[in-house]
Design a protein around this ligand. Structure first.
Ligand code: CA
Length: 537
């Protein structure tokens, strides 16, 4: 191996400022000021032999010795883009990235809203909108052979719902205190590790990781508390998000690599942020090579991930399953990101009750949808231990329960379903989806672009039908400001549409009469809409 002189690296890293750099118009993402994740080229000598303290102006930490990845601290006042350009220009460096900050994908919610409707929905809003857990449990309730790493704010392993289903590192559990008994580089890592505070105790001081863990695998059939999707499983606690719910790229990388090394079958990731990170993508690829499924929250900013990726959910690695959130009426949650090509499947994510150190709480977010899918994957692996992550991902998509609104919003066009996944059968179509009804051509459109300050109403009637819905070939209005309101014959509001909704249906109206009202404000006039058909039955 070629030996790189540490002196040469020092000089080249410090010698910046003489060259004129042109800065691309880069969107700013949250990152730890002055910190950079640096991947050294593989021909750089082993990091242990480098005098790392001299490597940069303010210090260096090793992120992964095996992967030649380090964290470099530089002047806080230095412009991020300037530092990155300077670092990336060094011959010894494969790439350098900001130490991005990631946050939990949770929203606060009303604690009274629901009781585990995501698992079994028998009349909470639209009955049957759930993951089919009740039927699935007749087939499989989970196995202690399956390890799910919850990469999050930690896990309260003292909770009675969670303690029976914690993963333990038995070499450390039965080993000597203060000693790295299994030689994995971490001392006393019994339940996992806390990369946020750099200690061996991944207890949850926030609540988010415990909430996600409860959905995946709160102990079932024990007469107390809640039940998770998998009654039996082993949860590995990897904490990199602090008690405030945020954490850095550095901690994410260490968590993923720990999970890969320690044999996690599934990694559940209810967090996101940052721009594209090659280091994070590489870590997910290593997880994929280790055979682990990487389930990730699609994001909570209502965006189209096809147009603008959300990380880590949108990394194009074969083990990544990106999860959107639905409510208990079977509609995509207003906050949920989506993507016909990039968001794989949806799951319950509004008003989800689960365990936290402060008691049971009902929270919302793609954070809460993600562990439902991780739990289903755990059931699948319990039933079919030989399934690969690629097969699990394909199965989750192929057996999702179709939902009209998700057809153009997710790859699967539906909600992940534990029962049909275990059966390996396609879930039945939704008979209430106008997509499967008869249809006739019908033309109605706004001006393109539409005019400002419009307020216009149309009445659409069809004889001898029991229900109908309008099909929008194109729909593009200024989100939240310019909208179409749908009403029934009596003027009751059926729903409101705004933003981009190409190739989609209006709400369904009972009977053959629908009133649609279009309102625009004074600013930003987009395409408007083009109706090309009515579906009816
Ligand atoms: Ca150890």
């Amino acid at each position: 191996m070629k030996r790189i002189s540490i002196k040469k690296i020092c000089v080249s890293l410090i010698a910046i400022g003489l060259t004129q750099y042109t800065f691309a118009n880069v969107e700013q993402f949250e990152a730890v000021p002055g910190e950079y994740v640096v991947k050294l080229k593989n021909d750089v000598k082993s990091l242990t032999d480098l005098n790392l303290e001299k490597f940069a102006t303010q210090g260096v930490r090793v992120i992964s010795e095996e992967n030649n990845t380090i964290l470099v601290k530089r002047e806080f006042l230095e412009k991020t883009q300037f530092a990155l350009t300077a670092l990336n220009n060094q011959p010894e460096i494969e790439y350098a990235e900001p130490n991005y900050i990631y946050r939990t994908n949770r929203l606060p919610d009303d604690p009274e809203l629901s009781k585990l409707w995501g698992l079994v929905n028998k009349g909470n809003a639209l009955a049957g909108v759930d993951i089919g857990a009740e039927q699935a449990w007749d087939i499989q309730t989970g196995s202690k052979k399956v390890i799910v790493a919850v990469i999050d704010t930690g896990v309260d392993y003292t909770l009675s719902d969670l303690s029976p289903n914690m993963w333990t590192n038995d070499a450390e559990l039965n080993g000597e205190a203060g000693k790295d008994d299994d030689g994995n580089g971490y001392i006393d890592d019994v339940y996992g590790y806390d990369f946020a505070n750099t200690d061996s105790d991944p207890i949850d001081d926030h609540g988010h990781g415990s909430h996600c863990s409860g959905t995946i695998g709160a102990k079932g059939n024990d007469g107390k508390g809640l039940v998770g999707v998998a009654w039996n499983v082993r949860i590995m606690a990897l904490k990199f998000l602090t008690k405030s719910g945020s954490g850095s790229l550095e901690g994410a990388l260490k968590s993923i690599d720990y999970a890969s090394k320690m044999g996690a079958n599934i990694m559940s990731n209810s967090w996101g942020g940052g721009s594209h990170s090659q280091a994070l993508e590489d870590a997910i690829k290593r997880a994929s090579d280790a055979g682990a499924l990487f389930v990730a929250a699609a994001g909570n900013h209502s965006g189209d991930n096809d147009a603008k990726p959300t990380y880590p959910a949108t990394y194009d690695v074969e083990n990544v399953v990106s999860v959107a959130a639905i409510d208990n009426n079977g509609r995509l949650a207003g906050f949920s990101c989506y993507g016909q090509k990039t968001v794989d499947v949806a799951a319950p994510g509004v008003g989800i009750l689960s365990s936290t150190p402060g008691g049971y709480k009902s929270w919302s977010g793609t954070s809460m949808a993600t562990p439902h899918v991780s739990g289903i994957a755990a059931l699948l692996l319990s039933e079919f231990p030989e399934m690969t992550h690629k097969e699990i991902k394909e199965r989750l998509i192929a057996t999702a329960k179709p939902l009209s609104q998700l057809r153009v919003k997710t790859v699967a066009g539906g909600v992940a379903n534990a029962y049909y996944a275990l059966l390996n059968e396609p879930a039945p179509k939704d008979p209430n989806d106008p997509y499967y009804w008869a249809s006739k051509e019908y033309k109605l459109e706004t001006a393109h672009p539409y005019l400002g300050s419009t307020s216009k109403q149309w009445v659409i009637e069809l004889d001898s039908v029991s229900a109908m819905a309008l099909h929008f070939k194109r729909f593009d209005t200024e989100k939240s400001y310019d909208k179409v309101t749908f009403k029934d014959a009596d003027g009751n509001i059926l729903g409101i549409m705004s933003g981009v909704n190409d190739d989609s249906f209006s709400p369904v109206v009972t009977g053959g009469k629908m009133i649609i009202q279009f309102d625009s404000d004074k600013s930003v006039n987009k395409f408007g809409f083009e109706i090309d058909a009515i579906s009816y039955r």
